[in-house]
Write a protein that binds this ligand. Sequence first.
Ligand code: UGY
Ligand code: MN
Length: 254
Amino acid sequence: MHHLGQTRSSLKPDHLLQTPDTFVRTPLPGAEGVECIVHAAPQLGARFTEMTAEFTAGGALPSTRAQRFLYVLEGKLELRVGRKSHALPPGGFAFLPHTAPHAVRASKASRVVVIEKPYQSQPGAARPEIILGKESKIEGTPLMGDEALMVRTLMPDSPSYDFAVNTMTYAPGAALSQVEIHVMEHGLLMLEGGGIYRLGDCWYPVEAGDFIWMRAYCPQWFGAIGKKPAKYLIYKDWRRHPLEVRSNLEGHSA
Ligand code: UGY
Ligand code: MN
């Protein structure tokens, strides 16, 4: 169905709102039985990639030169690292350092968030390690003491890691307590519910399935609307000195 050129999607210099009606699937080299919606990439101005990978049963994704974070939306993945194999159900996630060759295979048709970023090493910090987990098993912390806004931190907060991925769950009517303007960029996928997102000088209605990219310093605010909680998965670059960004990248010619 077409909408006579109408969409909620919007691209501005400091943000992208990408709604499912505008998603275009592309193949990736080495991937078999997988189509990717590339939400954020250097072509957009992002310093990471975020995609939704749609696997047919048996579909496979090879490793890349970058670090990789996987979050299963639907289906089931089998992740092989060396001789070990790990099953990732919906809500399951994994972090693979760029030094960990691995293979990802879908045990059944699956939809998976894939975030990739060249590693920015930090003198004195230990090498990053493989992380495996399940979002529902992570304890939530109220954001700035607000019990209506729970943050679950999926990556360890240590200098070994140069990005963070969190889920944020808003009770109906909950909102960020401030308009944020910060040096980190974000990739954000709405997982549940909806509300109003302020990005720059625009206010957008958003709902589950929408993707948002925010450039560094993009003014941002969210308020949840509706009778059920709103929840999103959010990426940010983290724990690196701003002057070091883009240099010191391992495995890539910067
Ligand atoms: O972590 C964050 O910066 C987060 N509070 N931003 C956001 O939800 N837009
Ligand atoms: Mn933010």
